[in-house]
Ligand binder design. Structure first.
Ligand SMILES: NC(=O)c1ccc[n+]([C@@H]2O[C@H](COP(=O)([O-])OP(=O)(O)OC[C@H]3O[C@@H](n4cnc5c(N)ncnc54)[C@H](OP(=O)(O)O)[C@@H]3O)[C@@H](O)[C@H]2O)c1
Length: 254
């Protein structure tokens, strides 16, 4: 089987580091032209775009800002002439203990939802409108959610789990609502993957604690997530639209 993304224009949010960086690398290696989005990691995103080639370019936008998120989409479409696949990968995990003062606790929820869910919804909305202009019309949405969206998260990360659960419901809704327009929507639900997010938790709790539920030995890497995204982006799995694919080392088998 040949997975070929030649001619596909793909926007990956949070492409400068972590899972997003490896997604950009593997998508480009399969022939795609990649828009590498960044929030604060400008230098890293530019280096990724430069390294992967194929007409890749870095685009900046703070995803907690609505106008900037809209502008990001405009900029990518202007530069690439359209879009075939959106990968909603950018995300944040804010530690927010129950004992926090109510307004500070609410601010953590707002920030988590703005980045992890609202921005993904805004970009999906624009992508769907853009996909309708493709010839033939259509496109693919791939959302990087989390095991936490199904299983829930620990006491300090309740909002994070809720945002990912929202993302899963959003993807299912989009898949069902727009399938007849040849628009597909998929979720990847990772468990622990060794990136900056994970390193913070490793520092807090230790790797052994984080991986104790794993069926497999050790913690997965971004390279264990990216091939599935390449496959979904290719169109070879379109009839799985609406699905969520677990990549969690067997730690939570639904
Ligand atoms: N690693 C895991 O164990 C794990 C497990 C389950 C799910 N996930 C999900 O996988 C996705 C990628 O996570 P990761 O592990 O690669 O995390 P990471 O290394 O911490 O990277 C987070 C990415 O999100 C971007 N981002 C965060 N806040 C942003 C904002 N306000 N505006 C714009 N971009 C923002 C960052 O961009 P800048 O650096 O440019 O700001 C960065 O590229 C996330 O959605 C995460 O929830 C990760």
């Amino acid at each position: 089987m040949n997975v070929d993304l030649t001619g596909k224009r793909i926007l990956v949010t949070g492409g400068g580091r972590g899972i997003g960086r490896v997604l950009c690398e593997m998508l480009a290696a399969s022939g795609a032209r990649v828009a590498v989005h960044y929030g604060s990691s400008k230098t890293k995103a530019e280096a990724v775009a430069e390294a992967i080639g194929g007409g890749a370019r870095a685009f900046g936008a703070p995803l907690d800002e609505i106008a900037a998120t809209e502008k990001l989409f405009d900029d990518v479409v202007e530069e690439f002439g359209g879009l075939d696949v959106l990968v909603n990968n950018a995300g944040t995990a804010i530690k927010s203990p129950l004992g926090k003062e109510a307004f500070a606790y609410a601010a953590d929820w707002d920030q988590t939802m703005a980045i992890n869910l609202r921005a993904a919804g805004l970009l999906s909305r624009r992508a769907i409108m853009q996909f309708r202009k493709n010839d033939p019309p259509g496109g693919r949405l791939i959302h990087i959610a989390s095991r936490a969206g199904f299983r829930g998260d620990t006491e300090d990360f309740v909002a994070y789990g809720a945002s990912k659960g929202g993302m899963i419901a959003m993807s299912r809704g989009l898949a069902r609502a727009f399938g007849r327009e040849n628009i597909k929507s998929f979720v990847i639900a990772p468990g622990w993957i060794r990136t900056d997010i994970a390193e913070e938790s490793i520092a807090l709790y230790g790797e052994e604690v984080l991986t104790k539920d794993n069926a497999l030995v050790g913690m997965a890497r971004p390279e264990d997530v990216a091939p599935m995204v390449v496959l979904l982006a290719s169109g070879l799995a379109d009839h799985a639209t609406g699905t969520s694919i677990d990549i969690n080392s067997g730690s939570y088998v639904r």
